[in-house]
Write a protein that binds this ligand. Structure first.
Ligand code: HSE
Length: 411
């Protein structure tokens, strides 16, 4: 039996205890079993079945030589950082769901784990319960990964899905997501794309083996996405999703998080509601996709506990992930090639046609608008076009100075 401490008894932390207790039998059959000896939290939990294991004193835990694994589910990058360093320095393995800490200090914490013959695992930090980190660091190690393209934020996927399926505007869909507990009271991290940006930074780090700073990755959220944008995407047989992407080629790596038009033939089209999915293109395997619950108490806790089992199985050694502290210098994302869905005033079309080759023109018919419950007044004088593929740098040069451009969405 491996003795475990859980740091932080919030949603994920209590889920970790629940998974360990409820699935004690299958867990034990796959290793030597896990037992939660301590729960560290500032609060007391009277009436909780595990209240007797709660301590406010981390020293009790560090001073107990039986503790071999800590599940850190505190969140944040200050106390969690100090507690994790202290644990790893003492040779105690740490498993975490803390994407903020992993993105900021993951490479350093992994080095510390190696120096002390223990492990730092963070499967739950990206894509909740979907086994993505282990897929990249273990299953796909024979591959050259060329592209990662994913829906890594459940809240924004839910909002866009509700806009699409129920015709809600952004503000109403956000309010609904908040009422259901998907979106935070302050929804900035999700809707302005910080959250998926941290997650693609972690995945990019693991593919490149270098430290990728999320602040270097351009990001664009979904607060400006309107039903007009969606209407043109529907006319193309697609929809709009918030996509986190990184591409690796001879010029290095480019990464970006932004809304994109996703057509029906793309497997990400079918990823609805709060689900996440990541499509990985690699040179030998070709496309592979990983789908599941990217958030939620038990889904996320399951990934933390899976890591704890791995740590127990590998006691006294480090589970490798090949992540160095060398900074990854990203190539300019404006070099990424794609086509664009551009909304414009009809009066801007002649000027635009002088500048770019237009592949498709889109003007919704009255029947289309009626079928989708859209107000023709919102579409008066406007249309959309689809461009050919070009880099964003070239695209921006082409549309610069064209009066009547409303907005564009990458495809
Ligand atoms: N806010 C995140 C999401 C939670 O909506 O996906 C999981 O990281």
């Amino acid at each position: 039996m491996t003795e475990v401490a859980v740091f932080g008894y919030g949603t994920v932390g209590s889920g970790v205890v629940e998974v360990i207790e409820k699935n004690a039998e299958p867990i034990a059959s796959r290793g030597e079993g896990l037992h939660v000896k301590y729960i560290l939290d500032l609060r007391d939990f009277p009436g909780d079945p595990y209240a007797d294991r709660v301590t406010h004193d981390a020293d009790v835990i560090y001073g107990d030589p039986e503790i071999k694994v800590i599940c850190e589910t505190m969140g944040g990058a200050t106390f969690a950082y100090d507690y994790t360093k202290r644990a790893l320095s003492a040779g105690i393995s740490v498993c975490t769901s803390n994407k903020e800490l992993v993105e900021l200090h993951g490479a350093e914490l992994y080095r510390l784990a190696k120096e002390n013959n223990c492990s730092y695992l963070f499967e739950a930090s990206v894509g909740g319960g979907i086994p993505l980190i282990r897929t990249i660091t273990q299953a796909l190690t024979a591959e050259r990964i060329e592209r990662i393209c994913g829906i890594l934020n459940g809240t924004t996927n839910y909002i866009l899905d509700r806009m699409e399926k129920a015709g809600l505007d952004f503000a109403t869909a956000l309010k609904e997501a908040q009422e259901l507990g998907y979106a935070e009271k302050d929804p900035t991290a999700d809707i302005d794309a910080h959250d998926p940006c941290r997650k693609i930074a972690i995945l990019t780090s693991l593919v490149s083996g270098k430290k990728t700073d999320y602040s270097d990755i351009p990001m664009e959220g979904i607060r400006d996405i309107s039903l007009n944008d969606l209407a043109y995407a529907w006319m193309l047989g697609g929809t709009v999703k918030l996509i986190a992407m990184s591409e690796f080629d001879k010029d290095g790596c480019r990464a970006i998080v932004s809304p994109r038009v996703i057509k029906r033939d793309n497997p990400l089209f079918a990823v609805n509601s709060v689900f996440n999915a990541v499509l990985i293109h690699s040179d030998m395997l070709d496309d592979s996709m990983y789908y599941g619950r990217g958030a939620g108490k038990l889904a996320t806790a399951s990934a933390v506990v899976g890591d704890a089992i791995e740590c127990a199985r590998n006691a006294g050694r480090t589970i490798e992930c090949g992540w160095s502290e060398e900074k990854l210098v990203l190539a300019d994302a404006s070099g990424m090639k794609q086509s664009y869905l551009l909304r414009l005033k009809k009066s801007a079309l002649p000027k635009l046609e002088e500048r770019i080759a237009i592949e498709e023109k889109l003007e919704p018919t009255e029947e289309f608008l009626r079928e989708h419950g859209l107000d023709p007044k919102d579409f008066a004088d406007e249309m959309a076009v689809v461009s050919g593929e070009m880099s964003e740098k070239e695209w921006k040069e082409k549309i610069a100075g064209v009066d009547g451009v409303i907005r564009y969405i990458r495809m």
